[in-house]
Design a protein around this ligand. Structure first.
Ligand SMILES: [Zn+2]
Length: 346
């Protein structure tokens, strides 16, 4: 009898269709090493992808991005691609990349009417050709719609907070310098396209991340004053590769980041002023660099276990950030060195 009961239980169990719950996926952000350019790949828990910037004009950078997208992240296409501004270390890799993986939607701050001294006509032409004239101009307040998160996951939002020199809530880019606050210290007007960078805030539940492209000092001031338009962030992709023409302490302090990630090169970015700013902010628990800055000493670089590429001649190792499905914590890792650390979301 005993045996009968147990077998009927197991039969009843077997007759029911087994419910297999797939493990909830993380939100992943890859900081791809393009040696002083920018290429940040965001992959949502549902597998939608957003690439912000494409590195320098070279097969090297396109190859590194495609490798991470296809072989590491398992993508078949890039759903959305934002070019923050028209400098060669951001738009340069696009034509070569588009030959390696399909790219579905393009966004930028608006095609230039005239080719300024800091732009290159052939890169703009290549962009127009690659996008077939179908790029979308982003304005502050716009959202890039990724597929909605299933109900059991926190909401995911990608929002533009700056574009074309205009910040959220403003109607115009002029004047660039607007006095604000006790600590107001402008720099000379930035006439380069850096000031026009698209700035993007991603939120996934309580988790918040800023990628401001190469936004520079005076625009950063307007993002923080009179109102903190970004809010507090968990992770800050340090503006402009960590150069001192950017990273206004007024903004960095207002955002109170816990983790700062510098997409520098061995001889570009991660400059001492920016490094000192990050070190001086109490909320910053960890500073990561894609590269050791070989032009400065150890004291102006983060600790060795926080640098993806120590040597100037490198393999181009990436940094990875994975936000847990409940968004309560995230892991920053250097996969090539098998280093990973967990941080609590605010
Ligand atoms: Zn740049």
């Amino acid at each position: 009898m005993k045996q009968f009961i147990s077998s009927s239980i197991s039969l009843a169990f077997l007759c029911r269709a087994p419910i297999i719950l797939a493990a909830p996926k993380t939100l992943d952000i890859y900081f791809i090493d393009v040696e002083g350019g920018a290429a940040t790949l965001i992959v949502s828990p549902t597998g939608q992808s957003l690439l912000i910037d494409t590195g320098w004009p070279s097969d090297r950078d396109a190859g590194r991005i495609a490798h991470v997208a296809i072989e590491v992240a398992g993508l078949k296409q890039i759903d959305h691609c934002v070019i923050t501004h028209w400098h060669r270390d951001h738009v340069g890799g696009l034509p070569a990349l588009a030959k390696l993986i399909p790219i579905k939607n393009y966004y930028d701050h608006g095609l230039p009417q005239t080719i300024a001294a800091d732009m290159q006509a052939e890169l703009i032409d290549a962009y127009k050709q690659t996008t077939q004239g179908k790029s979308i101009t982003l304005k502050p307040g716009n959202e890039i719609k990724l597929q909605r998160s299933p109900k059991h996951l926190p909401p995911l939002q990608v929002r533009v907070i700056a574009s074309g020199g205009i910040v959220l809530g403003d109607q115009t880019s002029q004047p660039q310098i607007r006095p604000c606050g006790d600590r107001f210290e402008p720099k000379a007007e930035d006439k380069t396209d850096n000031a026009n960078s698209v700035g993007i805030v991603l939120t996934f539940g309580r988790f918040k991340f800023l990628d401001g492209g190469d936004l520079s000092w005076n625009i950063e001031s307007r993002l923080a004053c009179p109102k903190n338009l970004v809010g507090q962030v968990d992770v800050y992709q340090v503006d402009h590769h960590g150069m001192d023409a950017s990273n206004n302490p007024v903004l960095v302090r207002a955002m109170r980041p816990r983790v700062a990630i510098i997409d520098d090169g061995p001889r570009k970015g991660a400059e001492p002023g920016t490094f000192a700013t990050l070190k001086s902010i109490r909320s910053v628990e960890a500073i990561y660099q894609l590269h050791r800055n070989v032009r400065t000493s150890d004291k102006d670089n983060t600790m060795s276990g926080y640098i993806a590429n120590e040597a100037e001649v490198c393999q181009g190792d990436y940094l990875k950030l994975s936000v847990e499905p409940d968004a309560r914590s995230y892991i920053v890792s250097i996969p090539a060195r098998q280093i990973s650390r967990r941080y609590r979301t605010r």
